[in-house]
Design a protein around this ligand. Structure first.
Ligand code: QAP
Ligand code: CO
Length: 169
């Protein structure tokens, strides 16, 4: 397994739209393992392949306290069951150190392939519903900061730039 580099905002490669996976084969499973390792090392709960500069429709997630409930979503689609939107404080491994409230539909059905290439369906509310929509946004080249005001977004950009300058002293 290998730890991959996570692209950070405002890297333009985060804007690339990911393509569907055609065959769930060993190379895809190897990438998934590397994504889990990368996410765990960064203390994340969700990671899209786009964030590690692989522009294929693959998401890994682990929402459990003990990091023992790995979830994989390949070519995920969602159907909104209840369009009522609820706000949630979101963060992102590509926007380290920043959390802001974003409103999204609260109740969805997820359809995806698992790591064996088998189709499954799952109803999602709460954090799972938020996280899958956040990660599917990555596959479309969208980030949670896109939902914020231009002023907030600009502040985050400048602060990240400063943080990076300091980190490279
Ligand atoms: C997406 O985000 C998410 O700023 C996953 O310093 C997050 O795993 C969906 C992280 C919240 C819904 C709610 C962020 C780790 C991890 C940071 C993450 C940081 C360290 C973010
Ligand atoms: Co993210």
């Amino acid at each position: 397994m290998a730890r991959l580099t996570i692209l950070e905002y405002p890297n333009p490669r985060l804007r690339i739209k990911a393509v569907p996976v055609e065959h769930v084969d060993d190379s895809v499973r190897c990438l998934i393992d590397d994504m889990f390792e990368t996410m765990a090392a960064a203390n994340g709960i969700g990671l899209a392949a786009s964030q590690v500069d692989v522009h294929q429709r693959i998401i890994v997630m682990d929402l459990s306290e003990d990091r023992d409930e790995p979830r994989v979503f390949i070519n995920p689609e969602i159907e909104v069951l209840n369009p009522e939107s609820l706000p949630y404080e979101e963060g992102c491994l590509s926007v380290p150190g920043f959390y802001e409230s974003v409103a999204r539909p609260a109740h969805v059905i997820i359809r995806a392939l698992n790591r064996d290439g088998a189709a499954f369906e799952e109803e999602a509310e709460g954090l799972l519903a938020v996280c899958i929509q956040h990660e599917i946004d990555h596959l479309e080249g969208r980030l949670f900061v896109d939902y914020l005001s231009p002023l907030k977004r600009q502040r985050i950009r400048s602060k990240l730039k400063k943080q990076r300058l300091q980190a490279s002293d």
